[in-house]
Design a protein around this ligand. Structure first.
Ligand SMILES: [Zn+2]
Ligand SMILES: [Zn+2]
Ligand SMILES: [Zn+2]
Length: 144
C-alpha cells in the first residue's frame, strides 16, 4: 500500500506519525492507541501520546481509519476497507477477527417491529471462542 499517496488523496501531508500508524495497522489491525504507541517506540519512532492521538483522530475523520469499540476496552483502529465488516471476539483469549457482513452495507439489521427512528447503523459484535486455540479447550471463559 502506498501510504503517502493515500494521505495525499485525502489532502493530508505524509507525516511520520500518519505513515507509521498506517504501517503498523496494515501489519496488525485492531490495535488501540496505547498499543500502537508501543509498536512505534519498538520501531524507534518517538512520538508523544498526543501526536499519536491526533494522527489517529485525523485519519479516522478522513475515513482512512475505522474506529470501533469492544465494550469495557479502549477504542481500536484499523485501515477501513469500507466493507462494513463486523468483528468476532474470543471470550477466552481476546483475539479479534473480521467477520464478513452478510448484507454488505449499514444498517445490516432492522428492528423487528415498528420504530420512530430512521436507523442508520446496527452495531454488531460477535462473541465466541476462536477455533485455532480456544474452542477445543474445555476451560471456562476468562476474559469477559
Ligand atoms: Zn481464543
Ligand atoms: Zn476489522
Ligand atoms: Zn452486517
Amino acid at each position: 500500500m502506498d501510504y503517502a499517496q493515500l494521505l495525499h488523496a485525502h489532502d493530508l501531508k505524509a507525516t511520520t506519525a500518519r505513515i507509521s500508524l498506517l504501517e503498523a495497522l496494515d501489519t496488525e489491525p485492531h490495535l488501540d492507541a496505547e498499543t500502537l504507541e508501543q509498536r512505534l517506540i519498538a520501531a524507534d519512532i518517538m512520538l508523544t501520546s498526543q501526536a499519536v492521538y491526533n494522527a489517529l483522530n485525523e485519519l479516522t475523520e478522513q475515513g482512512i481509519l475505522r474506529r470501533f469499540t469492544i465494550p469495557a476496552t479502549s477504542a481500536r483502529y484499523e485501515i477501513d476497507p469500507k466493507d462494513n465488516h463486523h468483528h468476532a471476539v474470543c471470550t477466552r483469549c481476546g483475539r479479534i477477527e473480521n467477520v464478513p457482513c452478510a448484507h454488505g452495507a449499514a444498517p445490516c439489521f432492522h428492528p423487528g417491529g415498528a420504530t420512530s427512528f430512521s436507523i442508520s447503523i446496527a452495531d454488531v459484535l460477535f462473541y465466541g471462542q476462536c477455533k485455532d486455540q480456544c474452542a477445543s479447550e474445555s476451560a471456562a471463559d476468562i476474559v469477559f
